[in-house]
Ligand binder design. Structure first.
Ligand SMILES: *Cc1c(COP(=O)(O)O)cnc(C)c1O
Length: 468
């Protein structure tokens, strides 16, 4: 795929679409006015300790007051560079002008009637858009839910009804959510599953293609053959309802499988009547420089699961897929009180409009063209950077002990903490806790992105000197 050589100018904050009365646009620049976290954030942390269940963690110790474009302002007036998008959610920028207007208008019209009681156009329109945007030109249907986990779980329900089979295969390093079935599909015990069992049955795990950690030279087809051998032995195609896979794994470490891996699995699934489900919750919605990450591999999944980036932070998720599979479910078998909430649908339609009007699929490729070479040049001079990978605005560095591939989770936490203290929001991930992931909003300017990478480079250099 040819990458653009010229980068478009940063998207101005006060764009023509911004006609909202209200606060002045947030200045798109990093600004530290207190230590991080500042006194107002520390006071909120005290209240939180007394009120909020301690099982809920937060990456940042600062509390947000506003967020827009590529920045988050905290309650002390510090302005942080956002390289997280609230975990790949505010892809079009938090409080994107079209989204704000659409949600405000919808809230004034009606907030809820329940689609299962008195339906409304927004739900139908989101389904039409998803059917248009997801890969493949076959006849499709969509159904809407609230969270990614809820949608993954419903995709499995649909596949089971369609096939009349019960087994489901997920992969090493997979993350699919925190409900009972999706915990079972998720690979990592701590913190997602530890102590929360027993888990749903008939879930099996197959090896993932992980080019950095596989035997050197193992190509995508060979990695798929290794997975399919396990599936054949432990499950058997005749018992298998679905294969569920993230085309680029998210929480598991931004693992991009070797080329051909996904195609070989999809081909096998088609031959054996197994439903191929792409969990695009994190990788979808323009994030990787395509509407859906699986497009990079030329694979058309049977079902696609969307959430996170779909509605600029309003809770919405979806399953979209082949009409004959989706419509196998009996009347009343799918639904939920809030699924396809009208505010969330309005936000999704405005998000899609923003992505198309502002050429954000292309913008994600520009972000890749800016970020990947910079990280690769850091890697060339730093043996602690074992791998740099990702697509579009979904990019990661895997940190290791020099001289091998042994994961360095302590360094990863220290780098993240160093970035946070300097006003840059970065997240970590990975089965071994040693992956720094960058998920900037596509509304971020090149200047902010570059400054965020400068801070990351400085922090890495300082930690290197401290260790020497
Ligand atoms: C976040 C995530 C989920 C779960 O989504 P929730 O909205 O948190 O339930 C599922 N799959 C993938 C790939 C995700 O990244």
């Amino acid at each position: 795929m040819a990458l653009p050589t010229s980068l478009t100018p940063p998207i101005a904050t006060a764009s023509p679409t911004q006609s909202l009365e209200g606060p002045e646009p947030l200045l798109q620049a990093r600004r530290l006015v207190t230590e991080i976290p500042g006194p107002a954030s520390r006071a909120l942390a005290d209240r939180r300790r007394a009120a909020v269940a301690s099982g809920v963690g937060s990456t940042m110790q600062t509390y947000a007051r506003r967020a827009e474009g590529g920045v988050i302002e905290d309650v002390d007036g510090n302005v942080l560079i956002d390289l997280g998008s609230g975990i790949a959610v505010t892809t079009v920028g938090s409080a994107a002008p079209r989204v704000v207007r659409a949600v405000r208008d919808q809230a004034a019209a009606f907030t809820h009637t329940c689609f299962m009681v008195t339906p409304y156009e927004g739900y139908v329109a989101v389904a039409e858009q998803l059917n248009r945007l997801t890969p493949g030109d076959h006849e499709k249907r969509s159904v809407l839910f609230n969270s990614g986990a809820e949608a993954v779980e419903n995709a499995v329900k649909i596949a089971r009804v369609h096939t009349g089979r019960s087994a489901v295969v997920a992969f090493d390093h997979a993350y699919h959510g925190r409900t009972n079935l999706t915990m079972a599909l998720t690979a990592k015990s701590m913190p997602y599953k530890h102590g929360f069992g027993p888990f749903a049955s008939e879930v099996y795990r197959a090896p993932m293609s992980y080019p950095y950690r596989d035997e050197p030279g193992l190509d995508g087809r060979e990695a798929a053959a290794r997975s399919l051998a396990v599936i054949d032995k432990q499950v058997g195609a005749g018992n298998l309802a679905a294969i569920v896979i993230e085309p680029i794994q998210g929480e598991g470490g931004f693992i991009v499988p070797a080329p051909g891996f996904l195609a070989a699995l999809a081909e096998w699934a088609r031959e054996h009547g197994v439903v191929f489900i792409a969990d695009e919750v994190q990788s979808g919605f323009a994030r990787t420089g395509a509407w859906f990450a699986i497009e990079h591999e030329g694979v058309v999944p049977d079902l696609v699961v969307s959430a996170k980036g779909i509605a600029d932070g309003l809770p919405l998720s979806a399953v979209t897929g082949r009409a004959e599979i989706m419509d196998a479910v009996h009347a009343g078998g799918l639904g939920g009180t809030y699924g396809g909430n009208p505010l969330a649908c309005a936000a999704a339609l405005a998000t899609i409009e923003t992505i198309e009007a502002e050429s954000m699929v292309q913008r994600a490729r520009e972000v890749e063209a800016l970020v990947l070479p910079r990280l690769r040049s850091l890697q060339a001079a730093d043996p602690r950077i074992g791998d740099v990978r990702g697509r579009g605005a979904m990019v990661a560095v895997e940190l290791v002990h020099p001289g091998g591939r042994e994961p360095d989770a302590a360094l990863t936490s220290a780098v993240a903490a160093g970035c946070h203290a300097r006003g840059v929001v970065v997240l970590t991930c990975g089965t071994y806790g040693n992956v720094l992931r960058l998920l900037p909003p596509l509304a971020i300017s090149d200047e902010l992105l570059t400054e965020g990478l400068d801070v990351l480079a400085d922090v890495l250099a300082e930690l290197g000197r401290a260790a020497a």
